[in-house]
Design a protein around this ligand. Structure first.
Ligand SMILES: NC(=O)c1ccc[n+]([C@@H]2O[C@H](COP(=O)([O-])OP(=O)(O)OC[C@H]3O[C@@H](n4cnc5c(N)ncnc54)[C@H](O)[C@@H]3O)[C@@H](O)[C@H]2O)c1
Length: 424
């Protein structure tokens, strides 16, 4: 399918946080890239290189790029290459019903646009957005059924990256997951990843689209399960005089069948991916008549853990806990994403308590520590701050300390509930 020149081309349909990062990594690795987006000013900012992204390395890669162009013209993007990555947003709707859990509307619109164009033949269409299991082979294939008759393929190929670390995550993935629409589509994707994306040689996992959709959610759900298990054992250790949760979890993780990652006692998981993928897997299980006890418990314990931390802090304030919160201070860190191995004990605090000045200070409050982008979605540290602020005596203040861009986000959500301080 396609000439050698064509094999060096790729179209990225949706150039948001993930799409533009993919586009720039492909470009840096020698591909000609056409990006499609809907906002003319955004597309102009890409083309005249004035776009400033908070995502590390994106602005710099854009400055250096020579073979990346963006457009609002669907036909220009679709005619440019025979390989399309669709990377539009699929927001969580808030519904627990699995078919409505993610809003696939924008993805569906792009698939329809491809289907409508009779001239588009032998194209590899790749869904890189997050979808519910079953989407690609049911709704997706239905929406591009004419295109498939014209020789197009539809694959599912999600990325395992975190905001604030997208470019590095694309360059060095542990594993590339390919739900292949055909053997040829799988070969093409494998080739692109190995030769035009990754710095490393990742495990390439090729399978059906249905399997890949379940795999994507299962990986994130397994990680959240590990974090919640660690939270539960940590809470037990905190209530056991003489026990140390760090000693326990380090030893648990030393078993090669378990591994150290995601077993650092601290705050629970948050962010835009883990909680929702965990719930999505549960919703899909429920729809199949499989009892989703594990994702449900993982989700529930994440909340319970935050409540337990808040109780400890409030106990310390009221003098009831008699040092238990102080003991916890040596144990905390919000490794929500849990991507770092446990190499040394972290000594940063759940919070800083100044009983004399009647201040409870929470710093570094994004959904994971030292997050380079201001994402506070489902931040468990902020959840604890909220619980503490709601229960504290009136003469106490809860202070949120962080960078100005993060404080701005917290202020938008919580207003005068907290006091705000930028880092000195
Ligand atoms: N950002 C991440 O770290 C991350 C991680 C894993 C998975 N994902 C998944 O990747 C997908 C994209 O996420 P994102 O964070 O980049 O979202 P985003 O909102 O930053 O970007 C989506 C982009 O698509 C554009 N778009 C919407 N409709 C379009 C259309 N019809 N034609 C062309 N462009 C259109 C939007 O203007 C926007 O720029 C989602 O499904 C998300 O779940 C993202």
């Amino acid at each position: 399918m396609g000439s050698e020149a064509q094999r060096k081309r790729v179209s990225i349909l949706g150039c948001g946080k993930l799409g533009i990062s993919m586009a720039l990594v492909f470009e840096q690795k020698g591909m000609d890239v056409m990006g499609l987006d809907i906002f003319p000013t955004y597309v102009d900012a890409i083309n005249n290189k004035t776009l400033k992204s908070g995502e590390p390395r994106v602005t710099e890669l854009l400055q250096k790029s020579t073979n990346f162009k963006a457009t609002c013209d669907v036909d220009e993007a679709l005619d440019f290459s025979d390989l399309y990555f669709i990377v539009v947003d699929t927001p969580c709707t808030g519904s627990r019903h699995y078919q409505q859990f993610y809003d696939h509307g924008k993805l569906g619109n792009i698939l329809k646009l491809i289907n409508e164009r009779d001239r588009l033949r032998n194209k590899h269409i790749v869904i890189s957005c997050t979808v519910m299991p079953g989407y690609t082979n049911t709704t997706g294939k239905f929406l591009v059924k004419d295109a498939i008759e014209r020789g197009c393929t539809l694959s599912y190929n999600p990325e395992f990256i975190a905001q604030g670390d997208i470019v590095r995550g694309l360059l060095k993935p542990d594993m590339v997951l390919i739900g292949e629409g055909s053997q040829e589509a799988g070969d093409r994707l494998e080739d692109v990843y190995l030769n035009n994306m990754c710095d490393n040689v990742p495990v390439i996992s090729r399978m059906s689209c249905d399997s890949a959709e379940i795999t994507k959610l299962s990986i994130n759900c397994f990680i959240t399960t590990k974090i919640s298990f660690c939270s539960m054992v940590s809470d037990m250790a905190d209530r056991t005089p003489g026990a140390n949760k760090f000693d326990i979890m380090r030893a648990v993780g030393a078993d090669a069948r378990i591994g150290q990652k995601c077993l650092i006692p601290g705050y629970g998981f948050g962010g835009p991916c883990f909680p929702r993928d965990n719930r999505a897997l549960g919703g899909y299980a429920r729809a199949l008549g499989v009892e989703p006890l594990i994702p449900d418990a993982t989700d529930r314990y994440n909340e319970i853990h935050s409540t337990n931390i808040a109780k400890l802090i409030l106990g310390e304030v009221s003098g009831e806990a008699q040092g238990s919160a102080r003991a916890m201070k040596s144990s905390s860190h919000l490794y929500a994403a849990g991507q770092k191995a446990l190499q040394s004990q972290d000594t940063s605090a759940y919070c800083e308590l100044d009983l004399a000045k009647k201040r409870v200070v929470f710093s570094d409050v994004c959904y994971k520590p030292k997050c380079t982008v201001p994402i506070i979605e489902e931040s468990q540290k902020l959840m604890v701050a909220f619980l503490v602020a709601s229960e504290l005596p009136e003469d106490f203040s809860v202070i949120i300390q962080d960078r100005p861009d993060i404080l701005h986000e917290v202020q938008k959500k919580h207003g005068p509930l907290f006091k705000y301080e930028t880092y000195a």
